[in-house]
Design a protein around this ligand. Sequence first.
Ligand SMILES: [Zn+2]
Ligand SMILES: [Zn+2]
Length: 256
Amino acid sequence: MNIQVLGAHNCESQSSKLISLLIGDVLAIDGGALTSSLSFPAQQKLKAILLTHQHYDHIRDIPTIAMNFFLRESTINIYSILPVYNALATHLLSGEFYPNFLECPEGNPTIKFTIIEPRKIEQIEGYSILAAEVNHTITTVGYQITSPDGKIVFYTGDTGPGLADCWKYVSPQLLIIEVTVPDRYEEFARRTGHLTPSLLKQELISFRELKGYSPEVVVVHMDPRLEKEIKAEIAVVAKALGSSINLAYEGMQLRL
Ligand SMILES: [Zn+2]
Ligand SMILES: [Zn+2]
């Protein structure tokens, strides 16, 4: 399984893009950096987009990629939970700001939206997909992706502490997990449903206790202005746990 990090951050600038992952050529997770990162031919290879939740940094490029598919008279499949569908249908894709690609063109809309249920395995573009609820300020799911050759990655989306229940349902070789701010922002992280390096450490300890092994870890969704501090604290956590933990960056290629 090849995974490309299109956007690794929670804020956008010339040098940082919003969160988005590409699995192989055909599957993307979260839509923060789809049109801003992918060429037109690469966009056209996409078959499906999985969304973790409706916060803007995760859905920002959905209208723009839908426009590119619409203009080429092609369609794209989007999968997520019901609250995400409702948010897109009533706000971003309501037709008030841009065309309603959930309904137009009439009879063959550009976006084919499928509502999925957590903890129910779906077969999507050759991958086996399991959505698992995490702990954010709104309903959010992470996605476990299993490739046809049995390689397994779990991406949490945005989450705060308290993943012990989630760990029961997933068994990844590679864990892509958020760490948004450094330790001195712990109160902010708990209030806004995010992780710091120390909070990540607790989650990784609970994973190891429950599952009996430690996955390789890649950290995403960093606040770019605080990234140096996050990186230094992550290095301390990795050493303490004897684990491989790396910070993602735009263009990072991961192979399983
Ligand atoms: Zn969020
Ligand atoms: Zn976010």
